[in-house]
Design a protein around this ligand. Structure first.
Ligand SMILES: Nc1ncnc2c1ncn2[C@@H]1O[C@H](COP(=O)(O)OP(=O)(O)OP(=O)(O)O)[C@@H](O)[C@H]1O
Length: 794
């Protein structure tokens, strides 16, 4: 048989193609793979990576433009506001439209001021340095029942300052005049009134603007927005007249005399249209101008009294997580309301109230709210509504599309959210939720997806990508996606997950709603969130720049103890707590899985009621322990950061953090396992002496140094005995993990000699005769090869 060169080439090409397909199928572990345009998996991947990069570049460009535009508008606003203020304060200009130009000094100040404002993150760039989180001015903000700054109180405060500064004024108005009202709107913005960017009920979009109007005769109609709330208060305010009778003349003439124009809505401008002819005056002061100073003093005291009462009430109200708004007022389906009611949810929490209307309108949102305040329901409710809506529009499909995709960083959290969704879906027939999480059998997932098609998927990124890459049917179902939710968004957009999330975002339709939730949203995350969110998105922050990010009823303290004695300290703290609190429930966080395991074994040997939960355990075990701990009382969970975020274990009475957390965000999330739903709790941080610098990172949080604890020497002996019983391999693994973790902490990681010294002390404290050796390669990677005290494995 003879073959022409052409035939040979043809055949070899076909063969190569076949072989390629074969190996491709094998590597993918699934059926035939087809990617649009005849691309293979890698080409397809590369294409998406390229697309993602382009998208990122585009977003960064856009951001740059927004940044510049904002700076321009801020300066413009500042110039206008500055001139206006000067105009009013000096009251010298003859025409209100005449502005004195800003001095160069003022201009620089205006530029600097923009960084001190709420929402300044918008304008931030890497070169600008640290974000100033403290409020610009020291005035305390009283807060209303819904966590809103009460205009009355704030006005009193500002007015107080103004009046005291200018007691030459003939009319002392305790709640300020229109000038003060104007100032309030500017200052409220400056001093941290939360920024919100969303459309309200078809109204115009608001960007954190406050609307303040002054009514007649000090009748203050004040309306300003806080999130989706509009607070209106109308007060008739008494006037304190120090001179003769009619205060109205003062207002009018004062304003005329000094500025030559009438203020809008003032008596002067209204003339005969002023309906309120009779002015309210405080009789006691009328005609009594002999002891002016005494009166001023009296008013001062009154103001202070009112201020402090208001502040206390405001504080109490701010602490409350629940609001007065009911779920049946917000347009969610009756079946969901029914489920909510049977789950005991009647009133919304703050975050639910602030976000629900925005999310139901279909807007993208980035939401920050304290731990344990009901963020899960805040995104699950709009998610369910999205499914209900999609279901009614395409009810005849045999396999429904996936309408909502919820991404979580940990498997336990995904399971917990799916469980909460199931509760809320109790009365919705035909709507289902499923988890796709690592550590379970892939085939089992596939079977469940086929046998029980659902519309809501809660997944961890890795396993979800496996499904997208391995089963083309799944990708097709994702094409109907309407909503993408990232719970613990800052973590999912962290370096560890970002690549996966970017890939996932490229596999879902661009026309979707995206919701990002977390208790912590650092400024870099706000920037990078644009990879997922539309440009027009709402940023809803129910904590606020000036607010404390940790639950208000959690008592926070720290103890300093050397590494060698920390296990004993934990034991003693646990002993004390479990004897004092009947229904105790404690979580102890360790920095690595292997140290977690070692501490667990040690405490178990010492007859404490402990469980362990970390990444080195099988998923089956993790789920069992997590469920057990959720249901139990009088139990201690020794865990790593797998339990730090989102896990809702009810009624945790104490959280102990052993060793320096990797950052402030970790500290906040771990602590947030206690004091949930407005309950009380306690958090203790144990640091080694050299770790105290971490306190700088959390100095704005209410954490205090605890009284030092006298360690019991008898317990030390008992502990040494218990330690002897633990297998050396566990201790060696704990040593390696310890060294690895602290080597990654910059402060100590730089000083390798001290690091090794500390590690070796830790090694002997856990009963190892000599420090375990390292592989040469590992030591090299860690930069420890030639450090004295490091033993290299032969
Ligand atoms: N409206 C409500 N009424 C009563 N309880 C609620 C309400 N909303 C949520 N909860 C309860 O509050 C608890 C905390 O909710 P959730 O776990 O959603 O908090 P979270 O804000 O997501 O916390 P984290 O930041 O730690 O993830 C849960 O037990 C939940 O059942």
């Amino acid at each position: 048989m003879s073959f022409s060169p052409f035939l040979i080439r043809q055949r070899s090409r076909t063969l190569a193609k076949l072989l390629c397909n074969l190996s491709f199928h094998r590597s993918m572990g699934g059926g035939p793979r087809t990617f649009p345009g005849g691309l293979n998996k890698w080409q397809w991947k590369r294409m998406h990576e390229k697309k993602a990069k382009e998208k990122e570049r585009r977003l960064l460009d856009q951001e740059k433009q927004i940044y510049q535009a904002r700076i321009r508008s801020q300066i413009r606003a500042k110039l206008a506001a500055g001139s206006e203020d000067r105009d009013r304060e000096s009251r010298t200009a003859s025409s209100p439209s005449h502005y004195n130009p800003m001095s160069p000094k003022d201009q620089i100040k205006a530029l600097a001021d923009r960084f001190m404002k709420e929402g300044a993150e918008d304008l931030w760039n890497e070169d600008d340095g640290e974000l100033e989180s403290a409020p610009l001015r020291p005035i305390q903000r009283p807060v209303s029942a819904r966590g809103i700054e009460t205009p009355m109180e704030f006005r009193t405060d500002v007015s107080d300052r103004r009046n005291l500064a200018d007691n030459r004024s003939r009319v002392l108005h305790p709640l300020g005049d229109s000038l003060i009202t104007r100032r309030f709107s500017v200052q409220a913005r400056r001093r941290g009134a939360p920024r919100f960017r969303f459309r309200r009920n078809g109204g115009s979009s608001s960007d954190g603007d406050d609307d303040s109007e002054i009514g007649l005769d000090g009748d203050l109609v004040n309306s300003y927005r806080d999130g989706n709330k509009v607070l209106r208060s109308s007060k008739s305010l008494p006037r304190f007249n120090f001179n003769e009778g009619d205060a109205s003349v003062d207002d009018e003439s004062g304003s005329r005399g000094r500025t030559g124009v009438n203020k809008i809505m003032s008596r002067g401008s209204l003339g005969s249209y002023d309906a309120k002819k009779v002015r309210r005056t405080l009789r006691a002061f009328e005609g009594d101008d002999s002891n002016l100073l005494e009166q001023v003093q009296f008013i001062r005291e009154e103001l202070n009294k009112r201020k402090s009462i208001g502040h206390e009430v405001g504080q109490e109200q701010e602490d409350s997580v629940l609001t007065h708004k009911r779920f049946d007022e917000c347009g969610i389906s009756p079946l969901t309301i029914k489920a909510l009611t049977s789950a005991g949810y009647v009133h919304m929490t703050k975050v639910q109230e602030a976000t629900l209307s925005v999310c139901l309108e279909g807007m993208d949102a980035l939401v920050k709210a304290k731990t344990g305040t009901g963020k899960s329901a805040a995104f699950l409710l709009p998610a369910i509504e999205a499914v209900v809506k999609a279901k009614s529009s395409c009810s005849n499909q045999r396999t429904p599309p996936i309408v909502v995709l919820i991404l979580c960083p940990t498997r336990e959290l995904a399971s917990q959210i799916a469980a909460e969704a199931t509760v809320l879906l109790k009365h919705h027939d035909g709507i289902g939720v499923q988890t796709l999480i690592g550590g379970t059998r892939f085939k089992l997932d596939q079977k469940r997806l086929e046998s029980d098609p659902c519309q809501i998927i809660v997944a961890t990124p890795g396993r979800l990508l496996d499904h997208i890459e391995n089963k083309s049917g799944f990708s097709v179902r994702l094409m109907g996606l309407k909503m993408l939710v990232l719970d613990e968004a800052d973590h999912l957009l962290d370096l560890g997950f970002r690549k996966d999330v970017e890939k996932l975002v490229d596999c879902v339709p661009r026309q979707r709603q995206s919701l990002l939730f977390s208790a912590t949203i650092p400024k870099e995350v706000r920037r990078i969130s644009q990879l997922v969110l539309r440009k027009e998105h709402a940023f809803i922050d129910t904590v606020g720049l000036s607010g404390v990010e940790t639950p208000s009823k959690v008592k926070q303290s720290y103890l300093v103890q050397s590494h060698e004695l920390q296990f004993q300290l934990v034991h003693q703290l646990l002993k004390e707590h479990t004897t004092q609190v009947i229904d105790y429930k404690v979580i102890v966080f360790c920095n690595t899985a292997m140290v977690t395991s070692l501490l667990y074994l040690l405490l178990r040997e010492m007859m404490m009621n402990v469980r362990e939960l970390h990444s080195r355990k099988t998923q089956f075990y993790r789920t069992r322990i997590s469920d057990e701990f959720r249901e139990s009382k009088r139990l201690i969970l020794i865990t790593s950061d797998v339990s730090a975020r989102g896990m809702n274990y009810p009624d945790v009475t104490l959280v102990i953090q052993l060793g320096i957390p990797s950052d402030r965000v970790h500290y906040i999330h771990r602590l947030g396992r206690t004091g949930r739903e407005d309950k009380e709790g306690e958090g203790i941080l144990i640091l080694a002496p050299w770790e105290e610098h971490f306190l700088d990172d959390i100095k704005d949080l209410p954490i205090k140094k605890s009284q030092s604890i006298q360690l019991n020497p008898n317990i030390k002996l008992e502990m040494d005995d218990a330690m002897m019983k633990i297998d050396n391999s566990i201790k060696e693994a704990a040593y390696h993990a310890w060294l690895g973790y602290y080597n990654s902490i910059i402060e100590i990681g730089r000083d390798k000699t001290t690091l090794v010294e500390l590690a070796n002390r830790f090694s002997s404290s856990i009963g190892l005769e000599k420090p375990p050796s390292l592989f040469r390669k590992t030591a090299l990677k860690m930069g420890l090869k030639d450090i004295p005290g490091i033993r290299i494995r032969k």
